[in-house]
Design a protein around this ligand. Structure first.
Ligand SMILES: Cc1cc2nc3c(=O)[nH]c(=O)nc-3n(C[C@H](O)[C@H](O)[C@H](O)COP(=O)(O)OP(=O)(O)OC[C@H]3O[C@@H](n4cnc5c(N)ncnc54)[C@H](O)[C@@H]3O)c2cc1C
Ligand SMILES: NC(=O)c1ccc[n+]([C@@H]2O[C@H](COP(=O)([O-])OP(=O)(O)OC[C@H]3O[C@@H](n4cnc5c(N)ncnc54)[C@H](OP(=O)(O)O)[C@@H]3O)[C@@H](O)[C@H]2O)c1
Length: 426
């Protein structure tokens, strides 16, 4: 059997690709199904699928045009020689400019004839409950999510050379500059720089596959892999942009037609309890629902006696209640024993999964104290941190422990020793 991998991916096709959101939703989250055909690929609930994107052809074409290339020029890449067109399409990430590439412009940056206008958009810095500061890049398209802090670091008449000096001597400016720009934006800013085809790609990031938590059990959905994919879209410098892979899957992958490279990324840790009698608490807002759909399918098929409790949520009930019918069916059949839903934008106050956890603290502690498993999937930078702290608080309060003992119980005992606090966060 072929050993499919990131370097030797299986060429799959989609059998389904549809939007899960209700009408009027500000998000685009898709249910995407890959056909495993005769690949022999196997997986278990909890595994992830690797997807290899192809860069947007219109961006590749515009880059070639801005650089004055035909695309047939030979270039050296980490995977050997190929045409510049091939390199920009399948070997480099053309949608986000890198520090290395800007630094590499070096002495080739000369002051040009015309004035250039540069506006730098700073990222919003947000403090989380555990005191960490993270950089927000929410891509919802809602005004609420857009950065508020605009700062001009250049006067409108500064030439490219000054911009380059400023960016390469000030890491914060460089970070803020790069965040909203791709190579098309930068080539417009540095329009007087000339490149050889090799110089054009040197310093670009190599194209990397993206992982997606699998949203199906292989026995429940034989021969296929289901994903729940949040499409990344945002707009800067008068151009609409998309995530490399999510844009590819949403905009350029047609059911039964497009050939897409995929491979399995098995997990050793994010697995169901061996003992089907164990209870499972699952916290998976947004696309974090994916592996829990797989878990519920698998527990249903297994006839596991352990109880299941799902904390899910997203912006609104009407727009983002993914897999509602399946959840209702599981509830009616007694597979999903408890189901708590946190809608963050339905009311005047944000309701998050951890708020509902706190309300149910005593019962969560009972499940955990009885040997239950606790799973978290989804956003790493905010949600998973807050859920982690909430779990510690619940164990301390309801388990009669001091905050330090609660922390040690959750981190040392549940997580490390007993491996029943498991996370799939990104
Ligand atoms: C183990 C694992 C499991 C995962 N499972 C899932 C899953 O089930 N479902 C899912 O949807 N994703 C999942 N992901 C995330 C997924 O791998 C990708 O990271 C995600 O889909 C984005 O990929 P992309 O190529 O479309 O975007 P990229 O091209 O990589 O772009 C994403 C980047 O865009 C930038 N960006 C986003 N919004 C803005 C904005 N408003 N302004 C400026 N920049 C912005 C950010 O820098 C962000 O890092 C998982 C990740 C891991 C590691
Ligand atoms: N939108 C994108 O650009 C995009 C696309 C794909 C993947 N991703 C990343 O993939 C992950 C999942 O994204 P997603 O769009 O499925 O869902 P998400 O952004 O994680 O949002 C799901 C829900 O979590 C809420 N939330 C925000 N902060 C929270 C916190 N501190 N604690 C608990 N809940 C919180 C959100 O509320 P509010 O938003 O109302 O605060 C929303 O109701 C995240 O890492 C996300 O950053 C983002």
């Amino acid at each position: 059997m072929t050993d499919w991998s990131a370097k030797n991916p299986y060429t799959s096709k989609l059998t389904e690709n549809f939007v899960l959101n209700g009408e009027g939703s500000g998000k685009e989250t898709r249910h995407i199904v890959f056909d495993l055909g005769d690949s022999g690929l196997e997986y278990k609930a909890g595994d992830a699928l690797g997807v290899i994107p192809i860069c947007p052809p219109e961006i590749v074409a515009e880059l070639l045009s801005l650089g004055g290339f035909s695309g047939n020029e030979d270039v050296e890449t980490n995977l050997g020689m190929c045409s510049l067109h091939e390199a920009l399409s399948t070997r480099y990430e053309v949608h986000r400019v890198t520090k290395k590439w800007i630094e590499g412009l070096g002495s080739r940056v000369v002051s040009g004839d015309g004035p250039i206008e540069i506006r730098i958009v700073s990222r919003e810095r947000v403090s989380t409950s555990d005191g960490a500061t993270i950089l927000s890049w929410r891509g919802s398209g809602s005004d609420e999510d857009l950065p508020t802090d605009y700062s001009e670091i250049m006067s409108p008449n500064d030439p490219a050379e000054e911009l380059w000096n400023k960016l390469t001597s000030d890491s914060k400016s460089m970070e803020d500059y790069m965040w909203t720009r791709d190579y098309i934006d930068s080539l417009r800013d540095f329009s007087n720089v000339s490149f050889t085809p090799q110089e054009f790609i040197d310093g670009m990031d190599r194209l990397k596959p993206r992982l997606y938590s699998i949203a199906s059990s292989p026995e429940f959905e034989p021969g296929t892999v289901h994903l729940t994919v949040g499409i990344v879209r945002y707009s800067y410098h008068d151009r609409n942009k998309a995530g490399l892979t999510t844009g590819y899957l949403s905009d350029r992958c047609t059911v039964d037609d497009t050939q897409i490279g995929v491979f399995m990324s098995p997990t050793r840790s994010f697995i169901l309890p061996e003992n089907g009698d164990a209870d499972c608490i699952m916290v998976g807002p947004g696309t974090g629902i994916a592996p829990f759909r797989a878990f519920l399918q698998q527990r249903d098929l297994n006839g596991d006696k352990g109880r299941n409790w799902l904390f899910f949520g997203d912006w609104t009930e009407s727009g983002e209640y993914y897999y509602k019918e399946e959840m209702d069916d599981w509830k009616n059949r007694g597979i999903l024993n408890k189901h708590d839903l946190a809608w963050s934008r339905d009311g005047s106050e944000k309701v998050y999964v951890q708020h509902l956890m706190r309300k149910n603290g005593s019962e969560i502690w009972d499940w955990i104290n009885g040997g239950g498993y606790f799973y978290v999937c989804g956003d790493k930078s905010r949600m998973a941190k807050d859920v982690h702290q909430t779990l510690i608080d619940i164990c301390s309060e309801h388990g009669g422990m001091s905050p330090d003992e609660g922390k040690s119980f959750v981190q040392d005992r549940m997580m490390k020793q007993e491996k029943r606090y498991l996370r799939d966060v990104y």
